[in-house]
Design a protein. Sequence first.
Length: 336
Amino acid sequence: MPASRPRVAVSRTGLPGDAVARLAARHDVTTWERSTPPTPAELGELARGHEGLLVLGSDRIDATLLDAAGPRLRVVALASMGYDGVDTQAAAERGVTVTHTPDVLAETTADVAMALILMARRRLGACVDALRRGEWGAFRMDAFLGLDVQGATLGLIGYGQIAQAVARRAAGFGMRVQHHHPRRKADDTLSRWVGFDELLTTSDIVSLHTPLTPETRGMIGAAELARMKRTATLVNTGRGGVVDEDALLSALRRGELHSAGLDVMAGEPRSDPADPLFAEPRLVVLPHVGSATEATRAAMVDLAARNIDAVLDGGAALTPLPGTPGRPGIDPLLGR
Ligand code: DGY
């Protein structure tokens, strides 16, 4: 009797690239076929009895899910760099390897951070909105004025792969770059390390590149916004929970901050057209598209699938989560 093939569950249909088809050539693949994401209970049902599970960053991987999947589960591969939805301890206790996708999305996400910096600083989103409302009128020297990025100081909070890719881009735009992360690393070429408070008070643009952890949740609130220059711009391409959105809205409305650009928000997805974040003219909001190019999203799924293959073939995962067996080292988001 032929040996039965490992079973792999995939939490979304229609993932970019051919990696899922490649998985299906080697394993028995069960795919979530509906267009809406599975609820946690549905994901547990989907994963039940499988050895491998390929999920997105927005899927919660906790003790309930792992127990619902059952003892055969050996690897959960996130097609995502961020892993704030993973209970790493629950996975370790059950001997499940969890992997993510560093390396493949930093450049693409850094492009969106730069786009948000330019859009917010130059008020380009407000310009597009004004055109749509038929408000252009005559050319005026004092209309649609923004602030220059050349000569501005960019402060990066977190200094991993994405932040460093932003630093490289910012140099080309004539910006001075400084960064803060908890563990100081010498880097005089691209950016200089500064303390957290110095970064807040001296940067013209503050760009957030930290993972969401208990330590970083709410890291930018009313007190931190008040430390920033009134002419400053805040950009977040990391995770929504790092910024206190009410405090941000109130700082923008009171003119205590020039502008902000968010690719991530708390409680995503946010689909209420009356969401106050969408209405604020000095705030540019994007629907979490940092890594959203065809090639990058396909590369993320591809790396997730290769992680599943590696573990189910009995080898080491290619990119296990930082701090887990086989990867004690660098956190690619935080750079430590
Ligand atoms: C990531 O990879 O963390 C992006 O935010 C997409 O989930």
